[in-house]
Design a protein around this ligand. Structure first.
Ligand code: UDX
Length: 438
C-alpha cells in the first residue's frame, strides 16, 4: 500500500518505519527541512532501540522516503496518517492547531478517495472536527479514522510490530477494509484489531493510559503506607500481582510516573471531564498523588540530612523519566533536582542517554559526570532516579571508595535489602524498611 505519514516526531517516525518494514511504500512529511535532509541521509532523529536498523534498511530498499512537500506525498498515498503534535495548552487541553491546519490543506489537495488516519492522541471528537475541516474544501469522498497508538518509549518498535491489539475507530466499511488489510501483518498471532466508532477509539487511548497511571499511583500510595507500618511493598506487590485479575505489570512503585504520555493524557482526560461537567475524582487524585510522589526521595534526603542542604554534595544516577530513553519530559529527577538545589545541595548527575537534554534545560544548575562512578566523587550520598540496567549491579566497592559515607536513597528499589545490610550501607528505598548502617 502507499502511505503518507505527516509529522516525523516519535509516533510518526516509528509508524512510518514499521509500515515500510512490512512492504508498504511510505513517504514521511515534515516541515523541518534540516530534519528531512538528515533522515534522507539515514540519520534517525530520536533515540529508540532497534529503530535505526529497520530505518536504514527501508531507506536502502526505497520503501521509506522523506519530503517537505505535503502535496506530493498526498497525491501518491491511499492512506494518510496524521502524527502531529498536540501539545497541552495552558489549561491542559490538547492544542489541535497542527492537526486542523493540515486537515485544511488536505481538503484542498485530495483529488480521489483517501483514508485519513488520526494517529496522535487527540481529544474525543477530534475525528469529527478533522472530517468537517476537510469537507469544507474537498469535492471527493474520504474517510477519517481514529487509530490511537500504544507505543512505549524504549519498546516502540516491538510494540508496533507485535501489538497486544490494534484499535481502529471508523464506521465506514470502506475504511475498515483498508485498515484491516494494512494491519494484517501485525496481528498474525491472533491479536485482535478492535473496530469501534471514532469517539470510542479516541477515548480508549485516554482510558488505557489513565488506568495504567492509576495502577502505578495506587501502588505508590501502598508503598508509602508500607513504610509507615513496616511492611514490604515488594511482597505486597507479588502477593497482589499473582492474582490474574490484577496482573503483575505496572505495579512497581517509584518516584512517580513521567514521560510524554501519562501526565499529558491524564490531565487531558480530567480536563475533558470538566468540560462535560463530569468530575473525574479518581483521575484528579491520581494527578495530586503523582505530583507529591515526585518529591518523596528529596523529602527522605531532607529528613536524613536536615532541611538545609548547603554544603552537601549529592550524586544522582538517572535523569530520564525511565530507562532506555533520553526523554526527560516530566521526569521525576527534574523535580527532585529543583527541590534539592533550592535547599542548597550540590548535585552531580549521570545518565547514559539524557544528559544532553538536561544540560540544554538546566545548564550549570547541576554538574555532569562522564560515568556513573565519577558522579560519586566526594558525595555525601547517592540518589537513584532511573532504573537503567547499568545501575542494577554496580561495583559497590567503587561506590563506597568514592562516597564520603555509604548512603543510598533509591527511588527505584534496585537493590536487595539483605545485601545492602551485609554491605554496610544506609539504604532508603520506596515502600521497604530503611536499612541503617549503625
Ligand atoms: C506509556 C504507555 O505505556 C504507552 O502505551 C503509551 O502509548 C505512552 O505512554 P511510556 O510513557 O513510553 O508509555 O512509558 P511506560 O513504560 O509506560 O512508563 C510510564 C511511566 O510510568 C514511567 O515514568 C515509569 O517509570 C512509570 N512506571 C511504569 C512506574 O512507575 N511503575 C511501573 O510499574 C511502570
Amino acid at each position: 500500500m502507499k502511505i503518507a505519514v505527516v509529522g516525523t516526531g516519535y509516533v510518526g517516525l516509528v509508524t512510518g518505519t514499521c509500515f515500510a518494514e512490512t512492504g508498504n511504500d511510505v513517504i514521511c512529511v515534515d516541515i523541518d527541512i534540516e530534519k528531512v535532509e538528515k533522515m534522507r541521509a539515514g540519520v534517525v532523529p530520536i533515540y529508540e532501540p532497534h529503530l535505526d536498523v529497520i530505518f536504514e534498511r527501508n531507506i536502502k530498499q526505497n520503501r521509506l522516503s522523506f519530503t517537505t512537500n505535503l502535496e506530493e506525498a498526498v497525491e501518491q498515498a491511499q492512506i494518510i496518517f496524521l502524527a502531529l503534535p498536540t501539545p497541552p495548552g495552558e489549561d491542559g487541553s490538547a492544542d489541535l492547531s497542527y492537526i486542523l491546519g493540515v486537515a485544511e490543506e488536505l481538503g484542498k489537495m485530495i483529488k480521489e478517495y483517501k483514508v485519513i488516519v488520526d494517529k496522535s492522541t487527540v481529544p474525543v471528537g477530534t475525528a469529527d472536527k478533522v472530517k468537517e475541516t476537510i469537507a469544507k474544501h474537498a469535492n471527493v469522498d474520504f474517510d477519517v479514522v481514529s487509530n490511537p497508538e500504544f507505543l512505549r518509549e524504549g519498546f516502540a518498535v516491538d510494540d508496533f510490530l507485535k501489538p497486544d491489539r490494534v484499535v481502529v475507530g471508523t464506521e465506514s466499511a470502506k475504511a475498515r477494509k483498508v485498515m484491516e488489510e494494512l494491519y494484517k501483518p501485525f496481528v498474525r498471532q491472533g491479536n485482535p484489531i478492535i473496530f469501534m466508532d471514532e469517539k470510542s477509539a479516541e477515548l480508549t487511548k485516554y482510558a488505557a493510559n489513565s488506568f495504567l497511571a492509576t495502577k502505578i499511583t495506587f501502588m505508590n500510595e501502598i508503598a508509602n503506607y508500607c513504610e509507615l507500618i513496616g511492611a514490604n511493598v515488594d511482597d505486597v506487590r507479588r502477593g497482589m500481582g499473582t492474582d490474574t485479575r490484577i496482573g503483575n505489570r505496572f505495579l512497581f512503585p517509584g518516584i512517580g510516573y513521567g514521560g510524554s504520555c501519562f501526565p499529558k493524557d491524564v490531565q487531558a482526560l480530567a480536563k475533558s471531564g470538566k468540560e462535560t461537567a463530569y468530575d473525574f475524582s479518581i483521575i484528579n487524585s491520581v494527578m495530586d498523588v503523582n505530583h507529591k510522589q515526585k518529591y518523596v526521595l528529596a523529602e527522605k534526603v531532607k529528613a536524613y540530612f536536615g532541611s538545609d542542604l548547603k554544603g552537601k554534595k549529592l550524586a544522582l544516577w538517572g535523569l530520564a523519566f525511565k530507562p532506555d530513553t533520553d526523554d526527560i519530559r516530566e521526569a521525576p529527577a527534574l523535580y527532585m533536582i529543583d527541590e534539592l538545589t533550592k535547599a542548597g545541595a550540590e548535585i552531580t548527575a549521570f545518565d547514559p542517554e539524557a544528559m544532553d537534554n538536561v544540560k540544554a534545560l538546566l545548564g550549570d544548575k547541576i554538574k555532569y559526570a562522564s560515568n556513573q562512578y565519577e558522579a560519586l566523587e566526594d558525595a555525601d550520598a547517592l540518589l537513584i532516579a532511573t532504573e537503567w540496567q547499568v545501575f542494577r549491579t554496580p561495583d559497590f566497592d567503587r561506590i563506597s571508595d568514592k562516597l564520603k559515607a555509604k548512603v543510598i536513597f533509591d527511588g527505584r528499589n534496585l537493590y536487595d535489602l539483605v545485601d545492602m545490610r551485609n554491605k554496610g550501607y544506609y539504604y532508603n528505598s520506596i515502600g521497604r524498611r530503611t536499612i541503617t548502617n549503625d
